[in-house]
Ligand binder design. Structure first.
Ligand SMILES: Nc1ncnc2c1ncn2[C@@H]1O[C@H](COP(=O)(O)OP(=O)(O)OP(=O)(O)O)[C@@H](O)[C@H]1O
Length: 371
């Protein structure tokens, strides 16, 4: 089932949690709502589930307006972070619950329920555990039971709110892989909330990046990582270095480094510019090879398994930044703390305050820079 969110605004008293949010989720996609705490992810999920009502806007399923329908009529499955299993019921009864409480007309027979529960137990790889109680399962197993219970009633879509949030890293990783396979098998539309960018990037077909009740960008993991729409998305998706400078006559100057831009509108004036750069794009050399190299001192070296992270300080501007390099490159260069190296600033994305509109809140324009 496809899901469409159209111009939704939602407030709690005088606090606006969602500002005019629109979103299209095609049928069968696995979509992540990603954003910092308080960005409105759960609110959006609850609105789609029918657990909250918006002040403005509409929610459509398969093109049909469902804004005023209640939770049951929407026929979605919802799983929250804390597995709300019934403690006094066996795993079998927990999974069967949604079917067993149906009215007589729509309730399957006992035999049908039994078959369905056992097939779901196989699907979530917990066959053999039907007669245990929730307290006799691990956290990861309980969360799989919660998913099986949501799937038992054959939902039209699944909404998962930080489904693996309470589990430790290793179990989370296993469950991610498992959820991806489950999605491939079922082809169900799944929307899940996470504040963990690695989880979103690893699992989702599409990632919706949210911030302060707004959608900042929607795209595949590759699109949002390689072509972030604005500085927020750039900073939120992984580690980033910021270099401050000015743009003038189509050139950006960041300390002693100068970059040509193709941004014609920025000729004939001067504006503050910020260059964003990922630590793995910093190139380290023992001698300068061209004018894009600046000198920096190594402040600290962190050995992080296959990669090495350097904390560096630019000698021209005093700015602190990070570089990441492979262990092999690190050994080749024989780097030591306090030594001075040359660094090349590669693949920068520049943003400047919108010079045309002079709006009070800074809006940002990415500049295509040529090196
Ligand atoms: N029932 C409520 N009453 C008042 N304010 C609320 C209510 N529910 C949420 N909010 C506020 O709305 C904003 C968005 O909350 P929401 O739970 O949607 O964020 P989130 O992105 O899911 O955050 P987290 O990752 O911390 O769960 C927050 O500032 C929150 O304090």
């Amino acid at each position: 089932m496809s899901i469409e969110v159209v111009n939704i605004t939602k407030s709690y008293k005088n606090f606006t949690a969602l500002h005019n949010v629109s979103l299209q989720i095609p049928e069968g996609e696995l979509v992540a709502l990603l954003g910092p705490s308080g960005s409105g992810k759960t609110t959006l999920l609850r609105l789609i589930a029918g657990l909250e009502q918006p002040e403005e806007g509409a929610i459509l399923f398969h093109g049909e307006d469902n804004t005023n329908r209640d939770v049951r009529e929407r026929q979605g499955g919802v799983v929250f972070q804390h597995y709300a299993l019934f403690r006094h019921m066996t795993i079998f009864d927990n999974i069967a619950f949604g079917l067993a409480v149906r009215n007589r007309k729509t309730r399957p027979t006992k035999q049908e329920i039994k078959e369905r529960v056992h097939s779901l137990l196989r699907l979530v790889q917990l066959d053999g555990l039907a007669h245990r109680y929730p307290s006799q399962l691990s956290g990861g197993q309980r969360q799989r039971v919660a998913l099986a219970r949501a799937l038992a009633v054959e939902p039209k879509f699944l909404l998962l709110d930080e489904p693996f949030g309470a589990l430790d890293t290793k179990v989370r990783q296993e469950l991610r892989r498992w959820l991806r396979h489950l999605h491939e098998k079922l082809g169900l539309t799944i929307l899940f909330v996470t504040h963990d960018q690695e989880e979103a990037m690893e699992l989702a077909d599409q990632v919706v990046v949210m911030n302060e009740g707004r959608v900042e960008q929607v795209g595949s993991p590759e699109e949002i990582y390689n072509h972030p729409a604005n500085p927020f998305v750039y900073s939120f998706l992984g580690r980033v270095n910021l270099f401050r400078g000015r743009v003038r006559d189509g050139k950006v100057r960041l300390g002693e480094a100068e970059f040509d831009t193709e941004w014609e509108n920025l000729r004939g004036g001067e504006w503050p510019a910020v260059g964003y750069m990922r630590p793995h794009d910093v190139e380290i050399a023992l001698a300068a090879q061209d004018s894009k190299f600046v000198q920096a001192q190594i402040q600290h070296i962190s050995l992080l398994g296959p990669i090495i992270r350097l904390d560096l300080k630019r000698l021209d501007t005093g700015e602190l930044f990070e570089a990441e390099l492979t262990r092999q490159r690190f050994c080749e260069l024989d780097l030591q703390e306090k030594s001075t190296v040359f660094v090349k600033l590669n693949n920068l994305a520049f943003y400047v305050e919108d010079a045309e509109e002079k709006v009070p809140l800074p809006t940002f324009i990415p500049i295509q820079a040529s090196f």
